[in-house]
Design a binder for this molecule. Structure first.
Ligand code: PLP
Length: 406
């Protein structure tokens, strides 16, 4: 028999367990007729959320205009809208020419890192991370260097420890704010420190702000670009989460800061965008409606709103559990509970997640999938109805009781 096809060697360093082995097993179980509660993906549409009507209308009304390719950076009108949205927040030096619309933030993360990195270049990535960031760094020949966002510090990074990781090969700092998977929202003073580090060491700031409208209990989300001023910065946003339209695959990347310093990078992004022609066109027609139309996310995050109450259900369940601890998420669509200190020795997050699925029909993501040096956390999404989350935590309790007292 002929040898198996060779694949890219560095893929062995890449993990994306949110849709990995456990998710495959879940599909198998579903194929056998099991009903599962799948909390592994932040997929609003899978939990009954719909994109707001005015976004749907914006596409429907222009569907006849959606056949041609657009400019590689996106429809000019959409880019003007995104630039104006950022300028209104106080971002300097932003213009439609420095906006890139992509097939979701996912594609733009890859393009930005491909535009930036040479073999062996280093990128400071948070741990826990959203694993696409480290994967895309690796697959673009870079090396992710993880800075720890410790639970004991509310999952916020220590800027001194972050700066100590800067080497002559460091090119960029990645921030995810509000954070996936922890829900941390970075305070202004911390963002200022990180900007100062980027300025001092001439690093590019790559700020994944896809959850920017999703915060709870008045946690103050601060976009980093206005703070960064002249420091070159790429801010990522999109329709997937705040506007609950992840299937439309619409995201954007906004370059800000010193024009002369970032011109080559801008042109590299433009060229890479041209190679893939353009982003999905129908979705681009919803951008203006999303950024200038009525706000539909705040009410979901305010007391009484679905996401707020889902978060409350998770926080209360963790507080009531002798086996769990939780840094209450201040934003985004996830909670990242840990096993209480006295039970966490030797805990195996993967074995836990597997038993939770096999025995109780609930799929969560083991915490180690987010590139952390420990195995005693798991991630759930806050998208289900609060009552379903309460049921989920009752099942989690049963599994922990069995695993911990056995
Ligand atoms: N960045 C973060 C932090 C995410 O959590 C996700 C999706 O879950 C993405 C980017 C990808 O978003 P998109 O749907 O725009 O590709």
């Amino acid at each position: 028999m002929s040898a198996p096809l060779k694949t890219r060697e560095r893929l062995t360093e890449v993990r994306y367990e949110i849709r990995g082995e456990l998710a495959r097993r879940a599909r198998e179980l579903e194929g056998q007729g099991r009903t599962l509660i799948k909390l592994n993906i932040g997929n609003p549409g899978a939990f009954g959320f719909r994109a707001p009507d005015h976004l749907q209308r914006a596409i429907a009304e222009r569907i006849h205009d959606t056949d041609p390719y657009t400019h590689q950076q996106g429809l000019p009108a959409a880019r003007e809208t995104i630039a104006a949205f950022h300028a209104a927040r106080g971002t300097q030096d932003v213009s439609a020419d420095r906006v890139f619309v992509g097939n979701g933030v996912s594609e733009l993360i890859d393009i930005a890192l491909r535009a930036l990195l040479n073999p062996g270049d280093e990128v400071l990535v948070p741990s826990p991370d959203y694993p696409l960031w480290s994967a895309a760094t690796i697959l673009n020949d870079g090396r992710p260097v993880f800075y720890q966002c410790k639970e004991s510090n509310g999952f916020l990074p220590d800027p001194d420890a972050l700066e100590a990781l800067v080497s002559p090969r460091t090119r960029a700092i990645v921030l995810i704010n509000p954070n996936n998977p922890t829900g941390a929202v970075y305070p202004r003073a911390l963002l200022e420190r990180i900007v100062a580090i980027a300025a001092k060491h001439e690093l590019l700031l790559l700020c994944d702000e896809i959850y920017d409208g999703i915060t709870y209990d008045d946690a103050p989300f601060e976009p980093i670009a206005p703070i960064a001023g002249d420091v070159p910065c790429v801010s990522f946003g999109g329709l997937s989460k705040v506007h609950r339209a992840c299937g439309w695959r619409v995201g954007w990347a906004v370059l800000s800061g010193d024009e002369a310093r970032s011109r080559d990078f801008r042109n590299a992004m433009d060229l890479l965008g041209a190679l893939r022609l353009c982003a999905n066109v129908p979705g681009q027609f919803a951008i203006e409606a999303a950024l200038t139309g009525i706000d539909t996310i705040s009410a979901l995050c305010a007391p009484g709103g679905r996401l707020h109450e889902a978060r409350r259900a998770v926080v209360e369940a963790c507080e009531a559990s002798p086996y769990l601890r939780l840094v209450a998420p201040a934003g985004a669509l996830y909670a990242f509970p840990g096993i209480a200190e006295e039970f966490s020795q030797g805990f195996d997050d993967h074995a836990f997640a597997l038993e939770l699925m096999e025995a109780e029909g609930v799929l969560v993501v083991p915490g180690n999938s987010f590139n952390v040096p420990y195995r005693n956390h798991f991630r759930v999404t806050l998208l289900p109805e609060p009552a379903q989350l309460r049921e989920v935590f009752a099942r989690i309790h049963r599994v922990l009781e069995r695993q911990i007292t056995d």
